[in-house]
Design a protein around this ligand. Structure first.
Ligand SMILES: *Cc1c(COP(=O)(O)O)cnc(C)c1O
Length: 208
């Protein structure tokens, strides 16, 4: 399926984030010409090197990578959505910077629902233990939860983890779940994802 075919079958309420990490400015502009507005990058420096990122063009930028604390200022300044906040400390720092810069970032809290040494994120227990404090953080809008499933799971296991994420979000009265990538987006939609994050499926193979 290509970009336009995927767009056509997306249920109402499911947004497509075009993950442009590893792709060029010209690839992003091509997607823009097809009507895509939301783009995701996982490294601040890589994003800032792309001319399309620097110009005022009504595109909406989402940060989806591992957050280094010393990059938080740049992330808040240049991105409208942050999908990958994996600690309470970083939430506080994002809040502090956001208030200073007078921006209200849309934040997703990254949760880790299966053992995966490659992935960061709040465990369910950590999220619950911190939730009352998290809710009170000023200057940010907590849209929902984000999750990345471990590599190599079958469709059934992917669906199970996505269902778990959706259930936790519902219990916390959070509207959004950022979940689903090129190889598991269909299960994510079944589970109630509101943001699928697609890179290679729509752009093709990455350069880097
Ligand atoms: C790279 C990446 C994606 C997109 O991956 P594809 O498999 O190319 O669709 C989605 N989410 C995150 C957090 C990523 O780092």
């Amino acid at each position: 399926m290509n970009y336009l075919e995927i767009k056509k079958i997306l249920p109402k309420g499911v947004n497509l984030l075009a993950v442009s990490k590893g792709f060029k400015s010209s690839d992003i502009e091509y997607m823009q010409s097809l009507g895509q507005i939301d783009f995701g990058e996982s490294k601040v420096q890589e994003a800032m090197q792309k001319p399309v990122f620097q110009i005022d063009n009504n595109l909406i930028w989402h940060f989806i990578g591992r957050i280094q604390t010393n990059k938080i200022r740049k992330i808040v300044k240049h991105f409208d959505f942050i999908h990958s906040v994996d600690s309470y400390k970083k939430l506080l720092k994002i809040s502090e910077v956001a208030i200073e810069l007078q921006k209200i970032p849309n934040v997703f809290i990254q949760v880790k629902l299966a053992k995966d040494p490659e992935k960061a994120g709040f465990s369910y227990a950590e999220l619950m233990a911190n939730w009352d404090q998290i809710k009170q953080i000023k200057g940010i809008k907590i849209n929902g939860l984000m999750t990345i499933n471990p590599k190599g799971l079958n469709a059934e296991s992917n669906l199970e983890l996505f269902n778990k994420c959706r259930l936790i979000a519902d219990n916390l009265e959070l509207p959004d779940c950022s979940m689903g990538m090129s190889n598991d987006w269909e299960e994510a939609i079944k589970a109630g994802s509101t943001w699928i994050r697609l890179g290679s499926l729509i752009f093709g193979q990455r350069y880097s």
